[in-house]
Design a protein around this ligand. Structure first.
Ligand code: CNA
Length: 250
């Protein structure tokens, strides 16, 4: 393990333009379950209940969605950044971090103090809600208050349209502007660091793929194997807070 940490620290020291690509595994040590680990969200809920077209077409699916989402939001709201989030903030302080492309919707990079203009939330955020018909935007807490007072499925004040948190569900279109920004950074970085992602969710995982294809070195810190391990300069199957924390403090 010590030699892997030393190698990771060396890659970080040698790099000039670092792109961080983060996933749900970055936040498990902050108490937020990921999707695919044992005990993760998919061991409690059936993912097929949360497809976008089902949310649109089926009132019962929306009731279920808001139940799951309310529980998950409360956990995310209470969570605080862990040592790995703080290590990413330290990377920004070195001036080498060009962006954090995150699949996470939990705002922990913001809470850790990374500049908002460095954070690209390609799967959106759980902290706001929008009307799918007229686009009116709401603060998530205001909508949660309605749910707390007994509303099962909130609707838009202006047009009675369907409200949905600003997160990307399976089958929902990705934000094109954010994906384009992420891809630009993937092409310009010289080191891409993947933190806590299974790298099976596309198109998100095409960001590190693109970085490698453009000549960047790839470092992956993830408990389990990923499909990109064989293309990486360094793979560390360890706790991300421990491994990245140690590398950045070296
Ligand atoms: P995932 O598919 O659940 O994979 C997480 C990976 O992290 C797994 O391979 C685990 O082995 C690994 N892992 C878990 N804990 C640790 C740890 N402490 N140290 C190192 N590795 C760890 O999650 P992805 O992000 O790859 O999948 C993308 C989905 C998950 C996105 O759509 C996210 O929006 C969604 N998600 C986000 C959150 C969040 O915002 N915190 C939580 C759950 C799911």
């Amino acid at each position: 393990m010590d030699s892997l940490i030393a190698k990771g620290a060396e890659l970080i020291q040698e790099a000039e333009k670092i792109l961080v690509f983060s996933g749900a595994g970055l936040s498990t040590e902050s108490g937020i379950p990921d999707f695919r680990s044992p005990g993760g969200v998919w061991s409690k809920y059936d993912p097929s209940d949360f497809y976008f077209d089902k949310f649109i077409s089926d009132e019962k699916a929306r009731v279920k969605y808001w139940q799951m989402s309310t529980e998950f939001y409360q956990t995310m709201k209470d969570a605080v950044p862990n040592r790995a989030h703080m290590a990413i903030k330290a990377l920004e302080d070195t001036g080498k971090l060009i962006a954090v492309v995150t699949q996470n919707i939990d705002r922990l990079h913001h809470k850790a103090g990374n500049s908002p203009d460095k954070i690209i939330e390609i799967h959106g955020t759980a902290f706001s809600v929008s009307c799918l018909s007229c686009g009116k935007s709401y603060d998530r807490d205001d909508i949660q208050e309605r749910i707390g007072s007994g509303v099962k499925v909130p609707s838009c004040d202006d047009c009675s349209g369907i409200l949905k948190p600003d997160t990307i569900s399976f089958g929902q279109a990705m934000p094109q502007d954010k994906m384009a920004q992420a891809m630009t950074h993937a092409r310009e970085c010289d080191l891409c660091i993947v933190l806590g992602s299974s790298l099976v969710v596309y198109p998100a995982a095409s960001v590190p793929v693109n970085a490698v294809e453009s000549g960047a070195k790839l470092m992956i810190i993830n408990s389990d194997e990923t499909p990109l391990d064989s293309t990486a300069e360094l793979v560390v199957h360890e706790s991300v807070s421990q491994a990245l924390g140690d590398m950045v403090e070296m």
